[in-house]
Design a protein around this ligand. Structure first.
Ligand code: SF4
Length: 336
């Protein structure tokens, strides 16, 4: 599997909006380091999950990769070429090859349009159709890939006539219509009934296997990541703190934050002996005021003095399995 996408030191900073008076008298402009220097890659035909609590920077990472934000620093390499936001021709082609699916299928579909027109919109924008017959044929194909069969039964309906699961399939069909190789799926099942979540996840895996689509799957739920990923990256306050093959991260996690996320997984199929009981203390710190040293030290039950002053680097512990914790090896031994 060759690499499809690579980030190098990816960073996104936002200015914090404070009160008017504070803004007037303060010389310092506060910044939130939403994404604070992350390096990872996604291979062709691979699903990599980005997992973390809300506010960890997952969605911002997905949008930064797709060049949907201003103030992105660092590099995004796609299929060997560095993406340059000022190169309009390159961005146009990149936006056809790489798509995003958002979490809310109710918000992402325009209720005034028929399914036919919603799914065909990217074709129209990119001037990819010559006539109505071609448009209908392409929409039919995309709807059927997304599992809405027979497609003719959906084309002339409106979003409000469909269930949540069917709407998310329409969103997926609209993402598929330009034949992308890569999709950023941002919490694509979190707004859906539990009964249809597995169907949508199965569809995503099916599209990977049959069409070779690669995904960045963004989720707060590590059990979903465990179900569908090849690899998992754990994100905390703008940084990746652990990354590796799905089985290694779930059964031999190295970072205390990963262990805490695994601990709340519903009925994980991992041995009880390997699961160390650990509950997260306190709230996620404010991203405009990231703790010194290891950014997880304010919540970590294993924190020592070194953790408060020295930031741990992401280090490799076995093939492709990296973690950013001063005591990862010691914690792993303790868990066995
Ligand atoms: Fe916990 Fe220290 Fe490891 Fe950070 S470096 S995760 S505070 S033990």
């Amino acid at each position: 599997m060759g690499s499809l996408l690579k980030t190098k030191d990816l960073r996104v900073n936002f200015n914090v909006q404070s009160g008017f008076l504070k803004e007037l008298f303060s010389k310092e402009k506060k910044q939130v380091k939403a994404v604070d220097g992350i390096d990872f890659h996604i291979n062709k035909g691979e699903i990599v999950s980005l997992v973390g609590e809300s506010g960890s920077g997952k969605t911002t990472t997905g949008k930064a990769i797709l060049q949907l934000l201003d103030h992105v620093e660092g590099e995004v390499l796609y299929d060997g070429s560095q993406i340059n936001k000022r190169d309009k021709k390159q961005i146009k082609s990149f936006r056809q090859r790489a798509q995003m699916i958002f979490q809310d299928p109710y918000e992402s579909l325009n209720s005034k349009f028929k399914i036919m027109d919603i799914v065909a919109e990217p074709l129209e924008i990119n001037k990819k159709i010559r006539n109505e017959d071609e448009k209908r044929e392409k929409v039919k194909e995309a709807l059927e890939w997304a599992g809405l069969k027979p497609a003719e039964a959906y084309m002339d309906r409106y979003p409000h006539e469909l269930s949540g699961g069917q709407r998310q399939r329409v969103v997926i069909a609209a993402a598929l219509i330009l034949n992308p190789e890569f999709i950023v799926a941002d919490e694509p099942v979190s707004m859906l009934d539990v009964s249809v979540r597995a169907d949508i996840l199965r569809l995503m895996v099916d599209l990977r296997d049959k069409k070779g689509i690669s995904y960045l799957f963004i989720t707060h739920d590590i059990s979903l990541a465990w179900l569908i990923s090849n690899r998992i990256a754990i994100m905390y306050l703008g940084k990746i703190v652990e990354i590796g093959d799905v089985n290694k991260v779930i059964s031999s996690s190295l970072h205390p934050y990963t262990k805490a996320l695994i601990n709340v997984m519903p009925k994980p199929k991992i041995s009880k002996e390997k699961r160390k009981r650990m509950v997260l203390k306190g709230e996620t710190p404010n991203p405009s005021n990231i703790p010194s040293g290891c950014r997880f030290h304010t919540r970590c039950p294993f924190a020592e003095e070194k953790c408060r002053v020295e930031e741990p680097a992401l280090a490799q512990y076995s093939e492709g399995h990296f973690a950013a914790c001063h005591f990862a090896e010691k914690l792993l031994e303790g868990a066995e």
